[in-house]
Design a protein around this ligand. Structure first.
Ligand SMILES: [Zn+2]
Length: 145
C-alpha cells in the first residue's frame, strides 16, 4: 500500500507540473510576469514549459505504471491466499477421507476375522463367501467338494 501512495503522489505532482508547463506555454505573458525572477526571456520560459510538460508526463506515466503493478501484485497475493486456503481445505478433506477409509478397512478386516473364526470359507472357483457346512457355492453354484 506504501507504493500505492507514492504512485498517487507521483501522478499528482506530474499533473501539477504538466499543467504548469502548459500554462507557461499558453499564457506566456502572465507566466513571464509571474516567473520573472526565474526567467529573463520568453524563450527560456518556453523551454522550461516544454521541460515541465515532459517531466509531468513522465511522472504521470511512472505513477500510473507503479499503481497498476502494485494493484496487480496485491490481487495476486489475495488469489494466492485464496488458493492456499482452498488447498488446506482439500488437504483436510483428504485426511478425513483417509481416516474413513482406514476405519472401513479395519471394519472389513474385523468382519473377515469374525467370519473365518465362525468357519466361513471361500469358493474355490469364484472366491465368494460360503457359510460353514455348505456344499455348493451360493454365487456360482459349483460344488466345493
Ligand atoms: Zn463360487
Amino acid at each position: 500500500m506504501k507504493s500505492s501512495i507514492s504512485s498517487r503522489i507521483s501522478i499528482g505532482v506530474g499533473v501539477l507540473l504538466f499543467f504548469l508547463g502548459l500554462f507557461m506555454l499558453v499564457d506566456e505573458a502572465t507566466a513571464a510576469s509571474l516567473f520573472a525572477f526565474l526567467f529573463s526571456d520568453v524563450q527560456t520560459l518556453q523551454v522550461a514549459g516544454i521541460v515541465l510538460q515532459g517531466l509531468g508526463g513522465l511522472l504521470i506515466l511512472n505513477g500510473t505504471i507503479k499503481l497498476f503493478t502494485s494493484e496487480a501484485k496485491a490481487r495476486t497475493t489475495e488469489n494466492q491466499a485464496l488458493i492456499i486456503g482452498l488447498m488446506q481445505r482439500v488437504d483436510k478433506v483428504e485426511k478425513r477421507t483417509v481416516d474413513v477409509a482406514a476405519k472401513l478397512i479395519s471394519l472389513e478386516q474385523a468382519q473377515t476375522v469374525q467370519e473365518s473364526m465362525a468357519g466361513f470359507t471361500k469358493c474355490r472357483f469364484c472366491g465368494a463367501k460360503i457359510a460353514p457346512g455348505t456344499a455348493f457355492c451360493p454365487n456360482c453354484g459349483r460344488s466345493q467338494k
